[in-house]
Design a protein around this ligand. Structure first.
Ligand code: URA
Length: 214
């Protein structure tokens, strides 16, 4: 972690901004490369994440790792965070006041990491970061520009891996949406290279014979 991100994680570790502070084992701040071009934002820590202090270490995390491997990336190459930093009891849905209390942490993380693409996993992260109420079923796989943490980023909503775990049709969609990530990262990173010169550009407009060269 960069020094600034590390210091910020330390600051957030004692958070008591909402009721979730009472039932948690620890704050699950986030993990991965502090200078990642690709950042994932999930929903909230579950049982295993709360115990280990690392996001996406359970079944959904295994699937996320498999999907990442499919595009040639590992956990350490990206940054993974959640909308909520503490586990809701019994893994219930985040409540609006909890999301509101926790969102400054996510925005500051984005500011410090400066990702190019933010892939939101599921409804909660997607609605928060897009600022729109449209659900994931309608917006998954559709990148949109957004200004977050004071910078332009490409927001890319994806189905939550936990939802795809037991729904093969959803997994197929998630896989094909995931396959576009390299293109989205490259689009922002490298300006498109000029097309290779075609033969016509080298060839004289008129055949050599007509030009009197032979
Ligand atoms: N689901 C999430 O949204 N986040 C985690 O960290 C684990 C499961």
């Amino acid at each position: 972690m960069s020094a600034a991100l590390l210091a910020y994680a330390d600051e957030v570790s004692g958070c008591t901004r909402c009721r979730l502070a009472q039932g948690r084992t620890q704050v699950v701040f986030g993990a991965g490369s502090p200078s990642a071009d690709l950042m994932f934002v999930g929903e909230a820590p579950g049982f295993h994440e709360d115990k280990q202090g690392i996001p996406f270490v359970g079944q959904a995390g295994k699937l996320l790792e498999t999907l990442l491997a499919g595009i040639g990336l590992a956990r350490q190459d990206v940054y993974i965070a959640n909308t909520l930093k503490c586990r809701p009891p019994g893994n219930r849905d985040p409540q609006p006041d909890e999301v509101e209390a926790c969102e400054p942490y996510l925005f500051r993380q984005i500011e410090l990491i400066e990702p190019i693409v933010i892939a939101t996993l599921g409804n909660f992260a997607t609605k928060l970061l897009s600022g729109r109420p449209t659900g994931i079923t309608r917006v998954h796989g559709q990148e949109q520009e957004a200004v977050l943490g004071g910078r332009k980023v490409l927001l890319y909503p994806l189905y939550h891996p936990a939802a795809a775990l037991y729904t093969p049709a959803m997994l197929k969609v998630l896989e094909s949406d995931f396959a576009r990530l390299p293109e989205l990262l490259g689009r922002e990173l490298v300006p498109p290279s000029p097309p290779a010169p075609s033969f016509a550009e080298f060839a004289p407009a008129q055949p050599a014979v007509q030009l009197g060269l032979f």
